[in-house]
Write a protein that binds this ligand. Structure first.
Ligand code: MSP
Length: 506
C-alpha cells in the first residue's frame, strides 16, 4: 500500500510550541507504523510563509519578509529533527518550485472558468488569515484570537465555491471515512449542506506572496497558496523525479480542528476545479490546552517542546503526545502530568520491567536466553491478538487506543512477573527449566512490546532489543510470539528512564 501523510505547514511568524510538536509527532507515529507494515510511505511537513502576519513580524524586526523567513525557518526545521520525525521532505512555500506550481494550479482553475473578479467587502482576521462574517464574531471579536478583525474592501478574484456544493456532498457520500473522527465528518458535511459562498483567492496591495499569474498586482490568498503545498511538494521533493503519479491521491492529511473547513471544504473543491482527484482522508485532532485555553503565542501559555525534550528525552515527549488525550479530542497538557507519566508509566511499568528481566536473565541464567517458546503459554495468548489490534487502531489514526492496547500487555507482563516470582522458583534447583521458561516469556513479551512501541518510542525500542541481545528487526511481522533469537552475554540493563528530580519549568 502507498501511504502519503502530511502535517499542516506551520506559520513562521513565531517559533514552535508544544501544540505544533503535537501535530508533527502524531503524524510521525502514524507514518512510522505504516513503514513497519511495509507500506511505501511519503511524509511531508514544512512552513507556510506568505501570511500577512509573517510580513508584519518581519517589518517589526526591520527585515524583508524573505530574509526574516530564511532566518526563522531554521527553528522550524529543528522541530521535526528534534522530535525525531522521519519526514521525507520539508517544504517552504517560498520555494521557487512551489510558487511556480501554485501559479499553474490557479491558472487551471481560471481557465476552467471558476475564478471571477469582484469587489470584496468584509472582515479579515490576520491571526486566522481568514475572512469572517459578523455572525461568526463574539462581541465583534474573532472567536479564536479575541481581536477585532480589520474591515477590508478591495478588488479580488473569487473562487466559485458555491458551484461545488453538490460535488462535495457526493464526495462525502461516496467516502464515508473521508474525514475522521466521525463527528468532524458530520461537522464538515453540515457546513457544506448549509450552503457555500464563493471566497476570495487573492489579496490586493500585498507585496508578500505568490503573484496571481494573470494579474501581478495581486497575490494568492495565503490559504490557497498553503494548501497547494501538499501537491506541489510531490513534483520537486526528489530532484528529477515526479512523485505525483505514485502518491496522489493516496494522501492523508493530519490537521488540528481549527483548520477543518480549509481542508475539508475549500481544498477538495479547489482540487476538483483544477482537475485533480481529492485526498483519500483527513484526520482531525483536537487542541492541547493549558488552563483550558489553546496554547498560543498570543495568549502566552506556551510550552517549548525542545526544552521538554532536553529534560525528559524525545521518547517521553512522543509518548506523552499519544497519551495525554484521546487523539481527535482536546486534552489538557502540563509539565506535571508529563512528569507523572514519565515516572509511573515509562519508568515503572516499562523501564523497571526491562531492568528486572535483564537482571534476572543475568543472575539466574548466566546471561543466556534459552529458546523455550511454549505456544500455549500465557504470554503467547496475551500477545497473539496484539499485531492486528494495534494495526486496526492505527488504521483510523487512533494512536491513543493503539498505545493503550500495547500498554495492557506491559501491565500484564508486570503481573506475570509478580505471580510467577522467578526469584522464588530459582531457589529450587530442580525447577531450572521453569525459570528458563518464565524468562523466555518475559523477554519475548518485551521484544514484542518493543517492536509494537517502535513508532512511539524509536530510541527506547532499540535499547530494549539491544538489552535483550535481539537484532533491530522492526517489521510488523515481528509482533508475534516465538520469534525471539537466542542470545547470551545479557547484562542487567541500565535504567531506560532515569529519575528526574525537578520537573522542567516552562
Ligand atoms: N499555516 C496554517 C496551516 C496551513 S496547512 C495548508 C496553520 N498554521 S499553524 O502554525 O497556526 O498551525 C498548524 C497546526 O498546529 C494546526 O493543525 C493547529 O491545529 C496545530 N496547533 C497549533 N496549536 C495547537 C494546540 N495548542 N494544540 C494542538 N494543535 C495545535 O494553521
Amino acid at each position: 500500500m502507498r501511504f502519503y501523510l502530511t502535517t499542516p505547514i506551520y506559520y513562521v511568524n513565531s517559533t514552535p510550541h508544544i501544540g505544533h510538536a503535537y501535530t508533527t509527532i502524531g503524524a510521525d507515529i502514524v507514518v512510522r507504523h505504516h513503514r513497519q507494515r511495509g507500506d511505501e510511505t511519503f511524509f511531508l511537513t514544512g512552513t507556510d510563509e506568505h501570511a500577512s502576519k509573517v510580513a508584519r513580524v518581519a517589518a517589526e524586526q526591520g527585515l524583508a519578509p524573505q530574509d526574516y523567513a530564511d532566518q526563522i525557518v531554521e527553528k522550524w526545521r529543528a522541530l521535526p529533527e528534534r522530535v525525531e520525525a522521519t519526514n521525507d521532505f520539508f517544504i517552504r512555500t517560498s520555494d521557487p518550485e512551489h510558487k511556480a506550481f501554485v501559479q499553474q494550479f490557479l491558472q487551471r482553475i481560471y481557465d476552467n472558468g471558476d475564478i471571477y473578479e469582484d469587489v470584496y467587502r468584509g472582515l479579515y482576521c490576520v491571526g486566522c488569515e481568514a475572512f469572517y462574517s459578523p455572525a461568526d464574531l463574539i462581541d465583534g471579536r474573532c472567536p479564536i484570537h479575541e481581536t477585532v478583525p480589520e474591515e477590508i474592501e478591495e478588488k479580488n478574484y473569487f473562487f466559485r465555491l458555491s458551484a461545488y456544493q453538490d460535488k462535495l456532498l457526493a464526495l462525502y457520500d461516496a467516502q464515508p471515512e473521508f474525514v475522521l473522527p466521525r463527528f468532524r465528518y458530520n461537522e464538515a458535511r453540515s457546513f457544506i449542506e448549509g450552503g457555500l459562498t464563493d471566497f476570495s483567492v487573492s489579496r490586493a496591495g500585498q507585496p508578500w506572496g505568490v503573484a496571481i499569474p494573470w494579474d501581478e498586482s495581486q497575490v494568492v490568498y495565503v490559504w490557497v497558496d498553503a494548501l497547494i503545498n501538499y501537491l506541489s511538494a510531490l513534483t520537486y521533493a526528489r530532484p528529477g523525479e515526479d512523485l505525483e503519479p505514485a502518491f496522489w491521491p493516496e494522501v492523508r492529511h493530519l490537521l488540528g480542528k481549527d483548520i477543518l473547513r480549509f481542508h475539508a471544504v475549500f481544498w477538495p473543491a479547489l482540487l476538483l476545479a483544477a482537475g485533480y482527484e481529492v485526498p483519500r482522508q483527513l484526520f482531525v485532532h483536537g487542541y492541547l490546552l493549558i488552563d483550558d485555553r489553546k496554547i498560543s503565542k498570543s495568549i502566552g501559555n506556551v510550552i517549548d517542546p525542545l526544552e521538554l525534550i532536553d529534560v525528559y528525552g524525545v521518547d517521553a515527549v512522543r509518548f506523552y503526545v499519544a497519551r495525554v488525550a484521546q487523539f481527535g479530542h482536546d486534552g489538557s497538557a502540563s509539565v506535571d502530568s508529563l512528569h507523572e507519566r514519565y515516572e509511573n508509566e515509562l519508568g515503572n511499568d516499562l523501564g523497571n520491567l526491562v531492568s528486572r528481566t535483564t537482571a534476572m536473565i543475568a543472575r539466574y541464567c548466566g546471561g543466556t536466553l534459552s529458546l523455550v517458546p511454549r505456544p500455549d503459554s500465557r504470554v503467547a495468548a496475551l500477545t497473539a491478538p496484539l499485531a492486528d489490534d494495534v494495526a486496526a487502531r492505527m488504521d483510523v489514526f487512533d494512536i491513543t487506543g493503539a498505545l493503550e492496547r500495547v500498554w495492557e500487555v506491559v501491565r500484564e507482563l508486570n503481573r506475570y512477573v509478580v505471580e510467577r516470582a522467578p526469584w522464588q522458583v530459582a531457589k529450587d534447583e530442580s525447577r531450572a527449566a521453569e525459570v528458563d521458561e518464565i524468562l523466555y516469556d518475559l523477554a519475548e513479551g518485551l521484544r514484542i512490546v518493543a517492536v509494537a512501541l517502535a513508532a512511539y518510542l524509536p530510541t527506547t525500542a532499540e535499547r530494549i532489543l539491544a538489552a535483550l541481545g535481539q537484532p533491530t528487526e522492526l517489521d510488523w511481522s515481528q509482533v508475534r510470539y516465538g520469534l525471539l533469537s537466542a542470545a547470551d552475554g545479557i547484562d542487567p540493563a541500565a535504567p531506560l528512564f532515569p529519575r528526574i528530580e525537578t520537573p522542567a519549568s516552562a
